[in-house]
Design a protein around this ligand. Structure first.
Ligand SMILES: Cc1cc2nc3c(=O)[nH]c(=O)nc-3n(C[C@H](O)[C@H](O)[C@H](O)COP(=O)(O)OP(=O)(O)OC[C@H]3O[C@@H](n4cnc5c(N)ncnc54)[C@H](O)[C@@H]3O)c2cc1C
Ligand SMILES: NC(=O)c1ccc[n+]([C@@H]2O[C@H](COP(=O)([O-])OP(=O)(O)OC[C@H]3O[C@@H](n4cnc5c(N)ncnc54)[C@H](O)[C@@H]3O)[C@@H](O)[C@H]2O)c1
Length: 488
């Protein structure tokens, strides 16, 4: 085994690892990046980007089929599964190429190919070819899908998101287990592309929603176009010759039926890639799930002795906020701190922001209802306001008048705290709200901002007005805001 030394070793060349590399390189040239798998990042290869490409194709088909309300008649909308997948993969490869091109800035001598594991707190074995000793180490190993044992019976018909983006064409049918973020995005997209789908969940959760009102509305809304049972009784999974059979209690009829599908997609959550790292050799204090205890502002892990470690953890590997922009922020902070062990600093973290690219979109800004209730302990400190998109002006114009916003603020201070959003293109409102939260704006300050007419954000203004009324700090709300223009 070759022996090598580096000031900083980064395990994983995904989004967090690459961000950490660039950040650390501002302080030292001696940084080594270790990658076990394929370069190109989860986001570009099998995550954010190919999923949004599939969704874009699906929405094109869906909107083409739903023009009649405008008096426009489109005949024979045909989905060419092979062409859909060709575009998804072609554009996906472009995103991957961009990552690979940017990786060319990393000198050959600074990346090592192979699977890293801890030998002791400062030493890593890379496969069986290199032993790397480092002053500081950043764990940026990402995550992978996990699924309940029941699904194992599907054998090679059990697939995960990675498999979808390798398809040559679309299958005829698929069962989706897990109506979380991945299950809802891919499930709706495949259904809109003409694939027969059924989606099964447990406990009633849909996407990221904590609010019961929004869960119920999402359940009703999605069930208008696809089969979704968010609290399903999935009894049996069986591999047949050319298919997989699922036995379940059908939602409407209550009957137990068996239906066959080409595949079953596990979208039941992800687990951090820490189990093959020999973490027990790293000398760290671990949670009961085997995740190193760490400080989310410095990304520094805690030694088993209770002292700060020279090991940092960033991105999906720490399971804190498994989102792309957070992985990049965390990599940046970890890279800076790993290079300055004597002067570890607190990095700036953004307010929580999560968006699900279904139609209607789902989003959470700041804290959701349940988190706020837990934080404020039922002290009646939270005011809630809301607005339905069922008759919002611009949404009606576009024929996308579905959804509801729930907005929360603190009684007394009037400070905006968070929101759960379900509606057309709420990705944009979610950003406005996240920026307002970053600025610690009060509801009345937010209402003093300009709102153009006629835009979807006028719906947000109605929700904020309702919130303001419930804060009992401003003018009483009128039935309709006519000075705002028609259809606010
Ligand atoms: C289907 C899907 C859709 C998504 N959509 C979105 C979205 O729209 N918006 C959003 O913000 N987020 C989205 N995400 C989440 C986002 O992709 C992740 O949060 C982000 O990619 C995590 O980056 P990372 O660097 O932590 O992990 P990764 O990019 O997975 O990098 C980890 C790297 O570590 C390597 N590795 C693991 N173990 C070892 C080892 N022992 N030795 C060496 N190398 C190792 C892996 O091979 C991998 O290359 C999506 C995820 C999925 C799966
Ligand atoms: N748009 C985005 O930003 C985006 C898109 C995709 C993924 N992601 C990231 O990837 C992460 C992982 O996504 P995910 O969808 O795998 O996880 P998730 O936690 O969002 O959803 C998992 C779902 O599976 C359900 N579930 C768990 N066990 C089950 C069982 N036995 N039977 C049926 N259902 C079961 C859960 O109730 C939940 O609804 C997300 O948390 C998110 O951070 C983000």
């Amino acid at each position: 085994m070759r022996k090598q030394h580096a000031t900083i070793a980064i395990i994983g060349a995904g989004s967090a690892g690459l961000s950490a590399w660039h950040s650390a390189r501002k302080h030292t040239d001696d940084v080594v990046l270790i990658e076990a798998g394929t370069y190109g990042t989860t986001c570009a290869r099998v995550g954010c980007m190919p999923s949004k490409l599939l969704i874009a194709a699906a929405n094109a088909a869906h909107h083409a089929r739903n023009t009649a309300m405008f008096g426009i008649h489109v005949n024979d909308v045909r989905v060419d599964g092979q062409a859909v997948m060709t575009r998804v993969k072609h554009e996906r490869d472009r995103f991957v190429d961009n990552v690979l091109k940017s990786m060319k800035t990393i000198p050959e001598s600074q990346h090592l190919k192979g699977h890293a594991r801890f030998v002791d707190p400062h030493r890593l074995a890379i496969d069986d070819h290199t032993q790397l000793k480092a002053d500081a180490i950043i764990i940026a190993t990402g995550s992978r899908p996990t699924w309940p044992g029941l699904l194992e019976a599907a054998g090679d018909r059990l697939i995960v998101n990675d498999d979808v983006f390798n398809w040559e064409t679309l299958p005829a049918s698929i069962a989706i287990v897990g109506p979380g973020v991945i299950g809802m995005e891919l499930g709706q997209a495949l259904s809109r592309l003409g694939v027969r789908t059924r989606t099964f969940g447990v406990g009633g959760g849909i996407g990221p929603f904590q609010s019961e009102t929004l869960r119920e509305l999402a359940d009703n809304t999605f069930n208008r176009e696809l089969y979704l049972d968010s609290d399903a009784n999935l009894e049996k999974v069986e591999r047949l010759d050319n298919a997989v059979a699922l036995t379940f209690e059908e939602r409407e009829s209550g009957q137990t039926i068996t239906e066959t599908f080409d595949y079953v997609l596990a979208a039941t959550g992800r687990q951090p890639n820490l189990d093959h790292l020999s973490m027990e050799q790293a000398g760290l204090s671990l949670t009961k799930n085997g995740i190193p205890k760490f400080n989310r502002f410095t990304l520094q892990c805690l030694n088993a002795t209770g002292t700060p470690s020279h090991i940092f953890i960033a991105g999906d590997a720490n399971q804190s906020v498994p989102l792309l922009h957070e992985a990049i922020t965390e990599g940046k902070i970890a890279g800076r701190n790993a290079a300055n062990l004597e002067d570890v600093q607190v990095g700036q973290r953004n307010v929580p922001l999560s968006i699900v690219f279904t139609e209607p979109q789902m989003a959470i800004v700041g804290d959701g209802r349940a988190t706020l209730d837990a934080r404020y302990g039922g002290c009646d400190c939270i005011a809630e306001g809301g607005v339905s998109f069922a008759d919002q002006g611009r949404a009606l114009v576009m024929g996308e008048n579905m959804g509801h916003l729930e907005l929360y603020a603190e009684h007394g201070s009037g400070q905006f705290l968070g929101a759960e959003l379900f509606g057309p293109q709420v990705e944009h409102m979610a950003h406005l709200l996240a920026w307002s939260l970053e600025q610690k704006l009060t509801v009345s300050q937010m209402l003093a901002m300009p709102f153009y007419h006629p835009v979807l954000e006028e719906g947000l203004r109605s929700g904020l007005r309702d919130l303001q009324a419930n804060l009992r700090q401003g003018p009483a709300i009128t039935e309709r805001c006519m000075e705002c223009g028609p259809g606010d």
